[in-house]
Design a protein around this ligand. Structure first.
Ligand code: GLC
Ligand code: GLC
Length: 811
């Protein structure tokens, strides 16, 4: 069942029922000021850090779900309703939500009154803008009132939801003619405040929640709206809110627009006050003045469209397969940008208060956005690398506001260092910016320890090289990519962190997955070394890689598939002798991507085993059979009920690894089949089963061992976005940036006869037409570059601004 449809022309998903299986959200903002907004106008805003600078309150885990947000109450006579249905839930005569790139429009109508609520965060500004347009569609004049309502968060979202003994006394506001200022803690150490404004003077306002909602009222039934209107309350402590009232009259057919904004203002410490106790509002007034007419609003929206065009034009496909085109051209790349901005911090599943930026997560996210914003990828690389320790290991997470490593979690996730090589390698392939390797970058954020970036890569490599276990495979530490495979921790007490309890490090537990990474990214490192004329070092690196590759084929091979690991007692994890968890997806994907066993047959066998043992109709599960009881020696993975999360869910992130691996072996049909199983646009028809947004990937889909088989969770913030973009753009469609130029090497379903791609690469435009006359899956017979036969498949770097035509004949 569907709850909407794709409008590819406008690059929107149009939701046609407010009662989607879960709130379906969108992200507004691309730089510092962000808003999450659902299809019923739930959500919240924050500046940079969703924990420390949260502007509006949002209750996760609430009942009813998703009641906090950016709501407008419309009251006509006794009738009260919201254009987005929530929170009053009055039945609407019509409803529609259009989630577009960086904006959302919610439209509702009741009794001949139509309201549309347009929202976006303008580029270069720290605010959310909302335009509410109301139209009287009847033949009679209408009188009604409109009440916008938001609830302020007292900045630190964790403190806000825990420290009530203090917070019930600290809330403060100031009210001006058309704006409400939230200034809690501004009297002491903060020099920032929030402002909610309207483009005109309201007929009433409230800033105390008790007054507007009522002590025992609810957002579904605010006392002021259902009673006699706003009371003019001033919040002192308790819960400061911004509510206003506008009494309007519309002639038959008449429309009017009201403009609102929610802004974040930082004043320098010395410029805090206009008068004793009165905040300096100069910057806020400038912001308000800039956005109080329709043409400014329209221009802001237009600038946003231009911005998204400029990003999405870097890679465009036209394949004749509508669902494929919309994933590649719009939604997959859009999701890559959102994961770039958010990492794993704020979604409807990530509270914004927990994890900061993950080292491995951010490095992988980069694979999906580097082609769109190489300058920001550069900056991101330097930020991440600066959190690395001098021995090459890395903080697992860092805080977006401070960019410092997070000590609570610390280091010891032994895959982390190698992801830095993956990220820099992708950046170099995309940009050819070799100078980045010379940039001085701190270790452990200490400028005294700064070294050129290339030294960071060297230490990433050597960290793994020098931390091998008894079988010559890399030691796993606290965990590798699979955060939940905790082989050195042995946690026995509820509430303990599975990853950081116990000794956490050990000289025995080894990871076949990291071994695969070491082979793949170790080879990339050697190639980089050759390019900077360090041939001896490259050869030495390759020797280490070969030794680990041999160890994988020896101790890491189970006969039909790659093993997963060795635990702290030297027992196999992910082997046929295991009681549960006999085969895992990760080493099959990574080892085959690394080319291990490609010439000797193990790679083919491993992928056949995936198909035979891990495939389901909704995607490939992470392992089989699932763990049915808790294994202290394995950790968190066995804490999940069978079929959920890392315990045998369809963990979407590693499905594209299998796609890439299949293309390594030339299996285009199978690669595309795996791709389509989890690609959101291809499963739109089962939205009632999948439940999460049909336009973005979720971290996981419940596996076949779970009662909720097929149900998605943790939508939006997942490495799935980047990896599926890599798998479809590079592995399947075959447009591969290399250190020397753009390689064309498609591996497609044999039924695909023709497709074309426009790719902007290092300042030039490649217009590529691929023909597949013999219905093959792989293989390039001829390439014509601007009409002449071109030898090989790697197209040389072109002059800036040049446009070349490339004709590719497969066969
Ligand atoms: C989560 C984490 C990611 C990890 C994955 C598997 O998605 O963000 O870092 O690799 O889970 O455990
Ligand atoms: C939990 C989750 C995993 C995530 C990790 C982050 O272990 O299951 O997916 O990567 O938390 O710390």
């Amino acid at each position: 069942m569907r709850f909407g449809y794709f409008d590819d022309e406008r690059r929107e998903y149009v939701i046609t029922s407010p009662q989607t299986p879960l709130p379906w959200i969108n992200y507004l903002g691309v730089e510092d000021f962000f808003t999450l907004v659902s299809n019923t106008a739930g959500g919240y805003s924050f500046y940079r850090d969703a924990r420390l600078r949260r502007l509006t309150r949002y209750r996760y885990n609430n009942c009813p779900l998703d009641a906090d947000g950016f709501h407008f109450y419309i009251k006509e006579g006794e009738n009260v309703w919201n254009p987005g249905w929530q929170p009053v839930q009055a039945e609407l005569d019509s409803y529609r939500c259009r989630h577009g790139l960086g904006y959302t429009v919610i439209e509702g109508a009741k009794n001949g009154l139509r309201a549309s609520q347009e929202m976006f965060n303008p580029l270069g500004e720290h605010c959310l803008l909302i335009r509410l347009k109301v139209t009287n569609e009847t033949a009679l004049a209408k009188r009604f009132s409109i009440f916008p309502f938001i609830e302020f968060c007292l900045w630190d979202a964790v403190d806000d939801s825990t420290n009530f003994q203090r917070n019930y006394s600290t809330g403060e506001v100031e009210v001006t003619e058309n704006a409400i200022y939230h200034k809690t803690e501004y009297r002491e150490r903060r020099d920032h405040y929030a402002v909610f404004w309207a483009d005109r003077k309201p007929d009433g306002f409230d800033t105390s929640r008790e007054a507007f909602i009522g002590v025992y009222g609810s957002p579904a039934h605010p006392a002021a709206v259902f009673g006699t209107g706003c009371t003019g309350s001033t919040a002192h402590g308790w819960q400061p809110v911004a509510a206003q009232q506008f009494d309007l009259e519309l002639a038959p057919g008449e429309s009017t627009s009201l403009l609102f904004g929610l802004g974040y203002i930082e004043n320098g410490h010395s410029a805090k006050w206009a008068a004793p106790g009165i905040i300096n509002k100069e910057k806020a007034e400038r912001m308000i003045a800039a956005w109080t007419d329709d043409s400014a609003f329209d221009a802001g929206l237009q600038a946003l469209h231009v911005y998204w065009n400029s990003l999405l034009m870097k890679f465009r496909v036209s394949s004749g397969e509508e669902k494929l085109d919309r994933m590649v051209n719009i939604w997959n790349q859009y999701q890559c940008m959102v994961t770039f901005n958010m990492s794993r911090s704020a979604s409807y599943f990530e509270s914004g208060t927990g994890r900061g930026m993950g080292f491995r997560d951010s490095c992988q996210d980069l694979l999906g956005f580097v082609h769109m914003i190489p300058e920001r990828a550069r900056e991101r690389i330097l930020d991440i690398a600066a959190t690395q320790f001098p021995d090459g290991s890395a903080y697992h997470q860092y805080q977006p506001l401070t960019k410092k490593g997070n000590l609570d979690i610390g280091s010891g996730f032994n895959d982390d260092p190698l992801w830095l090589i993956a990220a820099v390698d992708a950046y170099l392939r995309e940009t050819g910016d070799w100078e980045i390797l010379e940039e001085p970058v701190d270790f452990d954020n200490d400028p005294a320890l700064a070294q050129p970036l290339v030294e960071h890569l060297r230490r990433s490599f050597s960290y793994t090289e020098t931390h091998l276990g008894p079988h010559g495979l890399p030691l796993i530490g606290r965990a590798d990519w699979n955060d939940c495979l905790n082989l050195n921790c042995f946690s026995e007490h509820p509430g303990e962190s599975f990853q950081t309890s116990g000794p956490s490090e050990g000289p025995v537990a080894e990871s076949v997955f990291i071994a695969g990474m070491f082979v793949k990214y170790g080879r990339a490192w050697a190639e980089i070394l050759r390019h900077i004329e360090k041939a001896n070092e490259a050869r030495a690196a390759e020797q280490s890689v070969e030794a680990v590759e041999a160890a994988v084929l020896n101790a890491g091979w189970d006969g039909e598939w790659f093993r997963r690991a060795y635990d702290a007692f030297g027992h196999v994890v992910g082997g046929r002798e295991c009681e549960e968890g006999q085969i895992f997806i990760e080493p099959q994907g990574m080892c085959v991507m690394a080319g291990i066993g490609k010439s000797t047959g193990e790679a083919e066998k491993a992928l056949a085993s995936v198909r035979e043992r891990l495939d389901t109709k909704y995607g490939i599960v992470l392992l089989q059979p699932p763990y049915t009881r808790y294994h202290t020696e394995l950790g968190e993975i066995s804490s999940y009920p069978p079929g959920y999360k890392e315990n045998a869910a369809i963990f979407c992130h590693n499905n594209p690894w299998i796609v890439c691996a299949e293309t390594e072996l030339g299996h285009g049909d199978r690669a595309f089949e795996v791709y389509t199983r989890t690609a959101p646009a291809f499963i739109e028809d089962i939205s009632e089963i999948h439940r999460t947004e049909p336009y973005v990937y979720s971290q996981m889909i419940a596996g076949k061992d779970a009662p909720g088989f097929g149900e998605g969770k943790n939508s939006w913030l997942t490495g799935t976005a980047a990896w599926t973009f890599v798998s479809i753009s590079q592995a399947i469609l075959g447009i591969k940036p290399t250190l020397d130029g753009l390689q064309i090497d498609p591996c497609i379903p044999s039924s695909l006869q023709h497709f074309s791609i426009t790719r902007r690469y290092r300042g030039a435009v490649y217009v590529i037409d691929v023909e597949n006359p013999d219905a093959v899956q792989h293989g390039v017979r001829e390439i014509f570059l601007d009409g002449s036969l071109f030898p090989g498949t790697v197209l040389p770097v072109q002059k800036e601004g040049k446009e070349v035509r490339v004709r590719v004949i497969m066969g």
